[in-house]
Design a protein around this ligand. Sequence first.
Ligand code: FAD
Length: 125
Amino acid sequence: AKATAAATAKAEVGRATWTLLHTLAAQFPQKPSRQQQKDARTLVDVLTRIYPCGDCARHFAELVKREPPVVTSGPEFRRWLCSVHNRVNSRLGKPTFNCDLVESRWSPLGCSPEEDDAGELGAAA
Ligand code: FAD
């Protein structure tokens, strides 16, 4: 029972992390600033060290070393993330995700300041 609970928690943290990463990528700008590019690289780099499942983190570190993050534009970052997620899928015996569908699977939250102005707030008024 203990092993099952640990496996469930591991899968949940995995899903939560991919959700965060893909949602963030969905909102990653077409033309990211230097700082935004640095932030994306740093986030990935930090995950390779402090991701809460040690084996996953080590494997992810090797993966990222072979395929460094491409952060030069939103579409390129999304493609990179889809590709590394697929490498993890393959390793775990899960089906590969069709990266052409990534933009319909993962959407921006629509709560960036710009969108709040034109979107939610506007709609509520
Ligand atoms: P997940 O893989 O969590 O995916 C969530 C959803 O994302 C899917 O339902 C699908 O709709 C969508 N999706 C799937 N593939 C893609 C893709 N390529 N691009 C875009 N969207 C996609 N678990 C281990 O047991 N061992 C490991 O070594 C390991 N390493 C991991 C490393 C990292 C960096 C992360 C974030 C997680 C890791 N995990 C690992 C967890 C594992 O990847 C899964 O999150 C977990 O097994 C739950 O899988 P799931 O089937 O619910 O779907």
